[in-house]
Write a protein that binds this ligand. Structure first.
Ligand code: NDP
Length: 400
């Protein structure tokens, strides 16, 4: 018997909610709470009667800690699954501390006024979570999330030391729009328009946005252009995986997406600096978000597959070894199952699994942790069971 408070009612939340309702033995009760209560009620209306999970809904502004605390005191959740936006992370962690509720999210904290993501703010909560006897699991989506679990699994079963990791995130899906983002446009554009970076010999190496391009032939998707991006899990993996010399993250983008993005950047539409417009302050990127298609509406239109995984190079028993582990996910199949495309699906399923790990005691450890710091085996088993099966390749093509 356990109670989960799910904060947010967007694309990823929709998948978390469906998956918790499929897993009623663990998630006997869920409360969906978000800024717009009607979106929470819509999920409740859709699922009630089709699941044994008891669903309640609530309105909450997750930037307001007293409001969150009041909701937690009333609902008494065992865990809070934060699938709102990265800006809310610290507020929700504060409320969890006050109410002694375990915490899980899928993206690290980012201040709203600087596009800068790093774990320092959340790692600073370690001691307070330890003292309170509660667990925080950071970044339990796909990347970060499953990619970290893949790293822990490779380390545990196949390597004495891992020297090189390349995380490859390929979206071979086509939604038919000239330009749209697969998850929250504001977060997505902030991520891809930032400078790239990777870790080499313990130091960050910075690149211009999209400066490093490679071509890779992805299983079940085919050949795609991919670009080196900064990505949050590099920071924690470089600390938690033994023997790392270099770790990089690549994401695929089509030419049309990049051309549109460049144009929007050139005219100033991706800026997060507020400007005055007709007597009112607006943030260009937030305005852009309002005119772009809602990622939740892409579900029925998106066809094709995603392929996300990690390629490892390292040593086992003194010998060189390579290993590639990845998941392939089909946009249309996700839509049939839970009414969302694969980007939300590949994030929401691991969030449910991470919460299940904590609730069933497998990942219960007071403090603040990244996913690779826990035992990967039960999570890997759950991925196969809950819709994200993985494939291994022991002689993959490497990225130069
Ligand atoms: P959406 O924009 O679709 O949903 C965000 C939800 O959060 C909305 O329902 C929104 O409310 C709600 N929200 C925003 N601010 C507040 C607030 N102050 N109080 C209460 N609720 C609030 O985003 P996604 O579902 O696409 O993404 C959710 C999270 O998942 C993000 O943090 C994103 O970075 C992360 N993510 C992680 C990935 C991974 O692999 N690790 C991949 C993709 C996403 P309203 O409906 O009123 O706007």
């Amino acid at each position: 018997m356990s109670r989960a408070l799910i904060i947010g009612a967007g694309g990823v939340a929709g998948v978390v909610i469906h998956k918790c309702c499929q897993n009623s033995e663990v998630f006997t009760d869920i409360c969906i709470a978000s800024r717009t209560k009607s979106k929470c009620d819509k999920f409740k209306d859709e699922l009630q009667g089709k699941t044994k999970t008891n669903i309640t809904t609530a309105q909450v502004n997750a930037d307001n800690v007293p409001e969150l605390v009041a909701l937690m005191k009333e609902y008494k959740p065992d865990i809070c699954i934060n699938v709102a936006l990265p800006y809310q992370d610290l507020h929700i962690m504060d409320a969890c501390l006050e109410c002694k509720v375990d915490y899980l999210d899928t993206a690290n904290y980012e201040p709203e006024d600087t596009a800068k993501f790093e774990y320092s703010w959340q790692w600073a909560y370690r001691e307070r979570f330890e003292k309170a006897g509660i667990t925080a699991v950071l970044g339990s989506g796909f990347d970060p999330g499953v990619t970290g679990v893949f790293c822990a699994y490779a380390q545990k079963h196949y390597f004495d030391e891992i020297n090189y990791i390349d995380i490859l995130d390929c979206n071979g899906g086509d939604h038919g729009y000239p330009f749209a983002t697969n998850f929250n446009p504001e977060i997505n554009i902030r991520e891809v328009s930032a400078k790239g970076s990777y870790i080499q010999d313990g130091k960050w190496v910075e690149t211009e946005p999209m400066e490093i391009k490679r071509v890779y032939n992805f299983d079940q998707v085919g050949e795609k252009d991919m670009y080196l991006l900064h990505h949050e899990e590099l920071e924690s993996l470089a600390l938690n995986i033994r023997g790392i010399k270099r770790i990089r993250f690549f994401m695929t983008f089509g030419q049309s997406y990049l051309t549109h993005l460049k144009c929007l950047e050139n005219v100033g539409m991706t800026s997060i600096e507020p400007i005055m417009y007709e007597g009112r302050e607006i943030v260009p990127l937030q305005f852009l978000k309002a005119v772009l298609p809602d990622p939740a509406s892409l579900g029925p239109r998106t066809k094709g597959k995603t392929n996300i995984g990690c390629i490892f190079q390292g040593k086992k028993d003194g010998k060189d070894k390579t290993y590639y582990v990845y998941n392939v996910c089909d946009h249309q199949e996700c839509y049939k199952e839970v009414g969302s495309q694969a980007i939300s699906y590949t994030t929401g399923v691991p969030a449910m699994i991470g919460a299940m790990m904590v609730l069933t005691g497998k990942w219960k450890k007071p403090g603040v942790y990244n996913v690779e710091e826990f035992d990967p085996d039960p999570f890997m088993e759950a991925l196969n069971k809950w819709g994200l099966p993985w494939t291994e390749n022991f002689s993959p093509v490497l990225v130069d």
